[in-house]
Design a protein. Structure first.
Length: 122
């Protein structure tokens, strides 16, 4: 855990650090430790210490999987049901399908067909 510069730990500060408990933490640090555990707070500090990290909302963790499931179930007639079942708007369903179609159409270039890149118009 030894570091150089401002955050360098001396034998004395290492003893203090090793003796830390939940009651010794500032309130905002204690709140994190309450959620992830004290040992995991230390791991976060050792890995990300001094950096800002973004904690995504739950939806962001499963959004891409959700979109894949929606695409798998989409049949062109079930937009309202998919929107209701998965708690998204009908517009979102259409956007998911449109984006998939656009991605797929980029790959479907006929043999001998020029692309915009071929003529310098990317």
């Amino acid at each position: 855990m030894r570091q150089s510069g401002y955050n360098a730990m001396t034998p004395q500060t290492e003893k203090i650090f090793d003796a830390l408990g939940l009651d010794d933490l500032q309130e905002n640090h204690r709140e994190i430790a309450d959620v992830v555990g004290f040992d995991n707070l230390i791991k976060l500090i050792e890995h990300f210490g001094g950096n800002s990290i973004y904690i995504p909302q739950k939806y962001e963790l499963y959004r891409f999987k959700l979109y894949a499931v929606i695409l798998e179930q989409y049949d062109g007639t079930n937009v309202k049901r998919l929107a209701t079942d998965y708690g998204v708007s009908e517009k979102t369903i259409y956007t998911i399908v449109k984006n998939k179609l656009l991605k797929g159409s980029e790959k479907k270039q006929l043999e001998g067909q020029l692309s915009f890149a071929d003529i310098g118009l990317e």
